[in-house]
Design a protein around this ligand. Structure first.
Ligand code: C5P
Length: 406
């Protein structure tokens, strides 16, 4: 989402750095507009570094892009935090004397403001009147909280915590999303099947595609249970930053099965993006195996088949539930790949199958991905290529289409 964060001149501006950080981590494109006064509290360099976008403060900057209205026109959401008494008064009057003012008059996006000031200023009839005018205009007001203020005094006027402001702002947008009101379960990452206390059988899944599927669903309004097997590095960060994604971590296929079966009972959609090991070691050693191989230099591990979790979900699906599977294939020929995908979709009985080409340098551990989406009629409903987030969005488009076709 394209999000504008306006910052006005109050000491709580330092907390808004965390608001910007949380939004960026959740995958949003964040543009900060500080007022001149706000820059006395937190400098331009900080806003640029944290938002990862250029920051300008004046209507006379970057004139060829018509920036004084362009930011407002592009915005999907505008947050102003902190919102001073002076800002609320200017907004109520519709003043547009600076870049934040012009942006707010140019936008049709939802606007969320988080007031912060001393109790006397918040309680003043002028401020209460101005806030009322903004509320009537559809502006969402978060806080202020009742608590410690900068002068050592205490009372209503403290800016709400960054996490609360982000959650409230995203909830405003999410409520209008096409997955609003849905419960979704997504699995991600690769399972590890233990051999002994220090060794395992694993795979190269980074979990990034599954996490993108979870975050995309949350951004479109769903409540998401993300069941993550092993993931790479910071892959889970975006999911942890989104207030509507609940992350639980598991290790082996059997752990994953227990978690997903429980979560699926209340789910409208289940997406099995995890790379689940087909086999596990039949007897896990209590002690680290020593190097006492047979005379011919080999060691034999006996593997037993893991349960097919997806097949189990399909067998026990509740009415109206949509189940999506993934197929990671190394087949290079498109026609053969799709034929194999169709056979797998039928075998698994899923409503949608996302066919994912993988290889030594494709699919796993990479930022970009290509997915072919096969529906229940075995048609290719999308051939999505691009960032894992954009591909995840295409997957949700296909889920929405499949559910409305029923
Ligand atoms: O048959 P294959 O392993 O290619 O199927 C992949 C799909 O099945 C994925 O959605 C994966 O999460 C799921 N799967 C499963 N249980 C297994 C193996 C795979 O649910 N034991």
């Amino acid at each position: 989402m394209f999000i504008v964060v306006g910052v006005t001149g109050g000491i709580a501006a330092y907390k808004s750095v965390q608001i910007v950080r949380l939004l960026v981590l959740a995958g949003h494109d964040v543009h900060v507009i500080p007022t001149d006064d706000a820059l006395r509290f937190v400098g331009l360099t900080t806003w640029e570094a944290i938002s990862r976008n250029p920051v300008t403060t004046s209507v006379h900057d970057d004139v060829p892009t018509v920036r004084h209205v362009a930011l407002g026109q592009s915005a999907d959401l505008v947050i102003v935090a902190p919102a001073t008494a002076d800002f609320l008064a200017k907004q109520a009057a519709g003043l547009a004397g600076d870049l934040l003012g012009t942006t707010l008059l140019a936008t049709t996006a939802p606007v969320v403001v988080a007031p912060a000031m001393h109790t006397e200023m918040w309680n003043h009839p002028a401020t209460q009147h101005n806030t009322g005018v903004l509320r009537e205009r559809g502006v969402h007001v978060v806080g202020p909280a009742d608590g410690a203020l900068t002068g050592g005094d205490s009372g209503p006027g403290r800016m709400s915590e960054p996490e609360q402001i982000v959650a409230a702002a995203l909830a405003v947008v999410d409520a209008a999303g096409d997955l609003a009101g849905m419960r979704v379960v997504v699995t991600a990452g690769g399972t590890r099947e233990p051999i002994d206390p220090v060794r395992y059988l694993g795979n190269r899944s980074s979990g990034r595609q599954g996490v993108a599927v979870a975050v995309s669903a949350a951004q479109r309004g769903a409540e998401v249970d993300l069941i993550a097997a092993h993931t790479e590095g910071d892959a889970l960060e975006g999911a942890r930053a989104h207030p509507r994604v609940r992350v639980s971590q598991v290790s082996s296929a059997e752990d994953l099965q227990a978690a997903v079966s429980a979560a699926a009972e209340a789910a409208d959609v289940v997406v099995m993006a995890a790379a689940v090991a087909d086999y596990r070691v039949d007897a896990v050693s209590e002690h680290k195996l020593t190097k006492d191989t047979s005379p011919d230099g080999t060691r034999t591990l006996t593997l037993v088949e893991n349960p097919d979790i997806l097949a189990g979900l399909v067998a026990s699906r509740r009415g109206g539930q949509t189940i999506v599977g993934f197929a990671a294939e190394t087949e290079p020929d498109r026609a053969t790949l799709l034929e194999r995908g169709r056979a797998k979709r039928r075998r698994k009985g899923v409503d949608l199958l996302a066919v994912n080409t993988v290889g030594w340098t494709r699919g796993f551990e990479t930022a970009e991905n290509t997915l072919y989406l096969l529906n229940a009629a075995d048609d290719v409903v999308a051939e999505a290529s691009g960032t894992k987030h954009s591909v995840a969005d295409a997957l949700w488009d296909a889920v929405v289409a499949a559910r409305s076709a029923r």
